[in-house]
Design a protein around this ligand. Structure first.
Ligand code: OGA
Ligand code: MN
Length: 249
């Protein structure tokens, strides 16, 4: 059997290019007055996004940008659709071993693969993901990334490398709920948690994708609004945009 290695993960940690992009976005920042909070909506997903207490009260403009660039669609797939995806993925995953203890890995306790062909029912689900998350003109990476985290697995803070991935990242969450933590790369007091329930779809783009690191919490750290959120094995099916041409070698 041929091992498929997923290049984004090999070059996971934020790199100089991601950093430059975040500088540029920052200087484009518009000022938003606190009155705009109500009209524009500081938190479009109040049930699923929680700004953490370290975030200064007055830092409103970045709060709007961060929370509005991270979307969560609960119950995006039904239980039946989840089973259908799993029955196609499991035989492929079963052949792989979970990886632990690689000092340079951004992920602990995972196995992964990519997939571009699906049975009819699953192809329709993937189509729905793409239609929800990406503009009709977006160019996507041809294969979906399948990331299987063991119950004890977790993802450390990182920014997906701009050399391997464009603006929008869409993840369909299967098997277990989890908490994703976003932390501003240059201002670590700006933090938020996103509740990624089993069968939800999340979409990360713009500020949340380029300026914030994201992590999937594990073990004792897996806490949502003060209550433990037990992490079981979790599979994320992730669709990404192709890298922007200026970031390709
Ligand atoms: C990634 C990642 C998040 C998830 O693979 O880059 O951040 O939902 N995954 O598993
Ligand atoms: Mn990532």
């Amino acid at each position: 059997m041929r091992m498929i290695t997923f290049s984004i993960l090999r070059h996971f940690k934020c790199n100089a290019l991601a950093y430059n992009i975040s500088r540029r976005l920052k200087s484009d920042a518009v000022d938003i007055k606190s009155d705009d909070l109500k009209t524009k909506g500081a938190s479009p997903d109040p049930d699923y996004i929680e700004v953490l207490p370290s975030w200064p009260e007055g830092e409103i403009s970045m709060r709007i940008k961060a929370t509005s660039s991270m979307r969560i669609y609960p119950n995006f797939v039904t239980e039946e659709e989840e089973s259908s995806l799993l029955s196609e993925l499991e035989p492929q995953l079963k052949r792989l071993r979970y990886e632990y203890d690689h000092w340079d890995n951004a992920i602990e306790g995972y196995r992964e693969t990519e997939r571009d062909s699906w049975n009819e029912q699953n192809a329709a689900i993937l189509k729905r993901v793409r239609e929800t998350a990406f503009s009709p003109h977006a160019e996507l990476l041809p294969r979906a990334h399948v990331l299987d985290l063991a119950a004890a697995g977790y993802i450390k803070p990182h920014i997906d490398a701009v050399r391997f991935c464009g603006n929008t990242i869409a993840g369909l969450c299967l098997l277990s709920s989890a908490v994703m933590r976003l932390v501003h790369e240059a201002r670590p007091e700006l933090q938020l948690d996103a509740l990624l329930e089993r069968r939800c779809l999340y979409i990360m783009r713009d500020v949340s994708r380029y300026e914030f690191t994201h992590a999937v919490l594990g073990g004792e750290q897996s806490v949502w609004r003060g209550a433990r959120l037990p992490r079981r094995r979790r599979i994320a099916l992730i669709c990404r945009e192709r890298p922007r041409p200026e970031h390709c070698e």
